[in-house]
Design a binder for this molecule. Sequence first.
Ligand SMILES: Nc1ncnc2c1ncn2[C@@H]1O[C@H](COP(=O)(O)OP(=O)(O)OP(=O)(O)O)[C@@H](O)[C@H]1O
Ligand SMILES: O=C(O)[C@H](O)COP(=O)(O)O
Length: 398
Amino acid sequence: MSKFSDHNFAGQKALIRVDFNVPLNDQFQITDDTRMQAAVPTIRKILKDGGAVILMSHLGRPKDGPTDKYSLKHLVNHLIKLLNGATVKFAEDCIGETAEKAAAGLQMGEVLLLENLRFHKQEEKGDRAFAEQLSKLGDVYVNDAFGTAHRAHASTAIIAEFFPGDKKMFGLLMEGETSSAEKVLHNSEKPFTAILGGAKVSDKILIIENLMNKADNIIIGGGMAYTFLKAQGKEIGNSLVENEKLDLANELLAKAKQLGVQLLIPVDSIAADKFAEDASTQEVSNDNIPAGWMGLDIGPKSRELFSEVIAASRTILWNGPMGVFEMKPFQGGTKAVADAIVKATAGGAFSLVGGGDSVAAVNKFGLAEKVSYVSTGGGAMLEYFEGKELPGIAAVRK
Ligand SMILES: Nc1ncnc2c1ncn2[C@@H]1O[C@H](COP(=O)(O)OP(=O)(O)OP(=O)(O)O)[C@@H](O)[C@H]1O
Ligand SMILES: O=C(O)[C@H](O)COP(=O)(O)O
């Protein structure tokens, strides 16, 4: 493996795996560009050296091939702005003739953005032939996608096999993320509180068990909480739930008790009669969410309970919003938790916030400067904290 800052990219086409999985609104506008901004220093260094850049990324979780909603073309204009007017070309496919021609015609000093890797199902399958096709587009491979480093996909892990040691490396973002995570991992003061929320229940529920070895408190909020509530036999109405994970949720509750880890679940919710900004809402106890209603935010009692635990913590790790913060009536819980983290940080705690939407929330509230570190990784950051070597990192090191 080569060291990025020692490498001279003059005359080379660098194929960079970035994580441009940014939130977009219904008009395809980027609502938080943290992940794109974070990739800029790596891109700039290559262009400054006199090289060319080929960017590859996924966006969202497209199920059935190409769809406009998940096209990376929506990012091109913003990328040009972030790169101060550099030439950014777009290839409507990430492999095949379209991509090969675009890469071959790329001049030094220019950037090429490839279409969403996940429009090909081979990406997530970690298909070797697909990875090999991608690898042909560049002279060197740079992995700067910390947010996707926990996925053993073709472009994040398998592709590294096709580059010799001196032609594969981590980018500046990846280096920065891993060194700050290492600091927390090895020097974390206790009590250590992990706060998990968001909607990716099946992904993140498995992480809870491993976090129990590190954390003193685990706070569960957001959509994930309702699987735990249902597992406890509570009525959750139409709230988000993963029925296949109910047994696991109960096992986790039992294990936390056994290990003496405090696992906190919200006691109340802001419930809505539909998933919409203009829904009717009511504060409800989580013992009994009325039929037809869904919990879209944590309620005031939960906010107080969580804030107290956060205030007493010395190390805080946060991934996943407490509610549907994109809609005004359901942002109060996420804001309360963010405020509590900011306060604890001002009092000397170390706070690390990660994840596409959690970071978007912190930015929306203007609090990004008031936490200790903002990570571009959500699931990746959590898995790093479990102490695992992430596939995207291992592949480049090999
Ligand atoms: N109670 C809820 N019901 C439904 N959706 C919810 C609820 N609470 C939060 N969400 C949604 O969860 C989404 C974010 O979840 P997600 O797990 O993707 O978090 P993240 O911070 O982006 O982490 P990652 O980077 O790992 O994706 C938001 O779009 C938010 O609206
Ligand atoms: O948002 C993320 O956590 C990363 O971009 C990875 O996305 P994924 O969870 O869809 O693999």
